[in-house]
Design a protein around this ligand. Sequence first.
Ligand code: SF4
Length: 404
Amino acid sequence: MTEKAELASLDVAAVLDRAAAGGRITPEEALVLYRDAPLHALGAAADAVRRRKYAGIEHIATYIIERNINYTNVCVTACKFCAFYAAPKDTKKGWTRDLDDILRRCAETVELGGTQIMFQGGHHPDYGVEYYESHFKAIKDAFPQLVIHSLGASEVEHMARISKVSVEEAITRIHEAGLDSFAGAGAELLPARPRKAIAPLKESGERWLEIMETAHKLGVESTSTMLMGTGETNAERIEHLRMIRDVQDRTGGFRAFIPYTYQPENNHLKGRTQATLFEYLRMIAIARLFLDNVQHIQGSWLTTGKEVGQLSLHYGADDLGSIMLEENVVSSAGAKHRSNRLEIIDLIRKAGRTPAQRATTYEHLVVHDDPANDPVDDRVVSHISSTAIEGGTAHPELKLIASN
Ligand code: SF4
């Protein structure tokens, strides 16, 4: 080993020890760990931090049952990585979903034990604050037990512009109408260079954070996300984390951080590579070490696969995300992994953890500590709604599952 390499490895070990012991690390140190720390050592340090953060319940890993409800794919923002949207003029591909259809999907979610809906769609040129107010109110009137964990700063920016109101007013009004928390959608990559390259018409990363900070101050918490693998550098990934940590120091409003990998099909970013699964696991681990002020780190099996999801639980993740009764956005871009509740329970158990179904705010609703008491059916299945992609309103697969 050269002297330079020896020094670098000594630095890595020292920084890793400090991070594992709970010391705050700088963005520069995080970059060194992310790039150079041995994979298993990085994972072990992150797991040590997770165990300490969850002392007493460190054996538990959580999941949630939710449904993504896509209200329209019509969008004026035309992100290059997106396989879901249709331009307003594209009447062949574009569709909108009416309120009756949305409420029926909510009813199915409740019937299958889902607790949360993610209302997710394009930036429709006609949908201002009034659209979201009326829909959230109708959903809450019919299903007060459903948590509306939906949208993100980009939708707020868009609806405020359409309705010609401030983002403060937009957030306050949709919160009063029933929105419980923001899903952190639209973060993509926050640093300017990679964001402009993949989403040139979206608000800047600084603006995205400013709107989230406003929401937190108005009492609306959120999660935070990162889209990995569209050509960003390692330094830009760490910069994304730094931008989130700085806001979190001020607000404490980000409940979770959720990195997920770019899916390369059916979009305009041809030739870009996906992040490797090792890079993804390293991100889970470095997020646990660097984001010392964010409580939950979520593994995303939908885009990386179930085995990687299991591994993420040993690299700092405490949660395996959701069994989505319906998902169309990343599925349109090629995410093919599907699962059901019994399988998720089994995956978590085989990863050495006790599974627990959680609420949006992470309270444990059901702890599956005895296999003899596991749910007896597997009706809670994640899949794509083919009709959402084709533009219809019926949902035959879910009806079949629900009526079995
Ligand atoms: S990611 Fe969202 S904002 Fe961007 S084009 Fe797709 S639907 Fe529109």
